[in-house]
Design a protein around this ligand. Structure first.
Ligand SMILES: [Ca+2]
Length: 547
């Protein structure tokens, strides 16, 4: 009897174990197919300077390989070309102007992508910069304490995730991180970072005269660090280990790896700089200098009077070289993740998605640096999605938005969408990249404050306005990109309109908004902007939490 009871107990235990295993692999009781894992690779400030996007100089074999395994979206746009609001948007599936939230922390009262997967039984983990994080600055209590104690200063970071969004949230850059080198996340390789400084073998910077603040200050550094001792190298290796763990534990996973480069400082191991001899970096293409005459002042992130005074062509070639070097470094870190997917044989049941949080200016339009404009260089992101059953090695010409990621990843994984989302499910485009989607344009916005005869953006630099703006108020620039056109309104059009024919003028050098023959096109795009972004009809946009 006792033996039978034992055997029965063992049988029950084995059945429970089997059921638990089935549930753990994401198999649902209704016999639906197992849920797919998600590997979400978020790169910081990466414009599509990638081989697969047609850049003949970039050496990016890993990302090119990913594109061969999935669909490359050739017209993917961010909803806000600044880290914090962009990430808050694609991780909530809502536009900043829907939530009224344009800051660094997650919007309140919304469903977040990792939390949604977690709620549906997934193991959700982030490594590196996925949500934005906050550096506790020099006057932080800990830093003050360390300085008082004579200890070396190392920046302390904390994630701005809401509690409970992830099972594991490891930004790989904490003061006590056992692997160290997290401080290379620092915006600047400060003298106070002795560990960073001693690994820098060469450095350079561009500091434009007359432009205060760090907005146009471009800095790069060649280091002697092996990849695995860089912050991004640590991020991807920990993410790979987390995938291993989830597989071992039979849990479907949503794992996000946030790679910090090519964000400033453009610090990467020297061998990546060696891939790009300066003599092989071409001079940037010239621009008609008068093209800015037709550009509204708020479209730039500096005053027009600075145009063509910021960087020389020689400066820009050095900057491009550093950017390319960092892109190849990033590519090598992506390779670590893809090798883990190979090794764990995960391609059959895993979605791999890669994109940036926005683009980056490298001196276009009279010397723009950074982001925070509505031009193509700032708003366009690479986006590659490789999912089981998706088309492989195809490019998709349809305009899509990062806010589409939430419904797409949920749909691919067999999860219901949360009740409130702004994006559309891109699954039809993954099957057939030439299919049509429910909307025909991608919308991006930026904030500007206007006061008196001046405007300001994130950079804080004063912009003289053509039209007197009156009392201080917050406004938005809103831009819609279709396959052929880009149409942009500043302050509902009061501060100017732009219209570019992107097929004939991909560098946006000829603003056609004043051409009367195109009045119909302009009117159609104005209506389409309001259709995709209903808040555009409301000139008094809700703008909260900006500081
Ligand atoms: Ca960024």
């Amino acid at each position: 009897m006792q033996g039978a009871r034992k055997r029965n107990g063992l049988a029950i235990f084995l059945v429970v174990l089997a059921l638990a295993g089935a549930a753990g692999r994401g198999q649902r009781p209704d016999g639906a197919p197992p849920r797919l894992n998600v590997l979400h690779i978020v790169i910081d400030d990466l414009r599509p300077t990638l081989g697969t996007y047609g850049d003949s100089i970039a050496k990016t074999p890993a990302i090119d390989r990913l594109a061969e395994l999935g669909v490359r979206f050739d017209r993917a746009y961010v909803q806000y070309p600044i880290c914090g609001p962009s990430r808050a948007s694609f991780l909530s599936g809502l536009r900043p102007q829907t939530t009224g939230y344009f800051g660094w922390e997650a919007p309140e009262g919304v469903t977040l992508l990792p939390a949604w997967f977690r709620k549906h039984g997934y193991f959700a983990a982030e490594f590196g910069k996925v949500f934005h994080y906050q550096r506790l600055l020099f006057d932080d209590e800990i830093a003050r304490f360390e300085r008082r104690e004579g200890k070396p200063y190392r920046p302390v970071f904390r994630t701005l995730n809401p509690p409970g969004a992830w099972d594991v949230s490891d930004i790989c850059a904490t003061r006590d991180d056992p692997d160290g080198y997290g401080y290379l996340y620092s915006g600047v390789l400060r003298k106070e970072d002795p560990g960073a400084a001693e690994h820098v073998v060469s450095r350079g910077s561009l500091r434009p005269e007359g432009l205060k603040g760090g907005w146009f200050w471009q800095e790069w550094a060649e280091t002697d660090l092996p990849d695995e001792q860089t912050a991004d190298g640590i991020v991807v290796r920990r993410a790979a280990k987390a995938m291993e763990r989830a597989v071992r534990e039979n849990r479907p996973f949503y794992i996000a790896a946030g790679i910090r480069r090519p964000h400033q400082v453009l610090a990467a191991p020297r061998r990546y700089f060696d891939l790009y001899p300066l003599r092989e970096i071409p001079a940037p293409p010239s621009e008609p200098r008068d093209h800015l005459d037709k550009v509204p002042p708020l479209a730039l992130n500096f005053d027009k009077s600075f145009a063509y005074r910021v960087y020389s062509d020689a400066d820009r070639r050095r900057l491009w070289r550093a950017y390319y070097a960092n892109v190849s470094f990033v590519d090598a870190q992506v390779a670590v993740l893809l090798r883990a997917v190979d090794r764990l044989e995960l391609w059959k049941n895993t979605i791999v998605v890669l994109h940036s949080d926005h683009g980056w200016h490298l001196g276009e339009h009279g010397g723009l640096g950074n982001k925070d404009t509505l031009f193509e260089e700032s708003t366009r992101s690479p986006l590659i999605i490789a999912a089981p059953g998706s088309a492989a090695g195809k490019g998709c010409p349809r305009p899509v938005e990062l806010v589409d990621l939430f419904p797409t990843l949920a749909g691919l994984s067999g999860l219901p969408p949360p009740p409130r989302l702004d994006g559309v499910n891109l699954q039809p485009l993954l099957k057939n990249p030439q299919a049509t989607v429910p909307r025909a344009g991608a919308v991006s916005v930026v904030w500007r404050r206007v006061e008196g005869k001046e405007g300001r953006g994130f950079s804080g630099l004063s912009i003289r306005l053509d039209n007197h703006a009156g009392p201080a108020r917050d406004t938005l620039g809103r831009s819609i990109r279709t396959e052929r056109w880009r149409y942009t309104e500043w302050d509902g059009g009061q501060q100017g309109i732009e219209l570019y024919d992107m097929t004939k003028d991909p560098r946006e050098l000829n603003n056609l908004s004043g051409i009367s023959e195109l009045a119909d096109v302009r009117g159609r795009l104005k209506a389409l902007l309001r259709e995709v972004d209903p808040t555009a009809a409301d000139s008094e946009s809700r703008i909260r939490h900006f500081d």
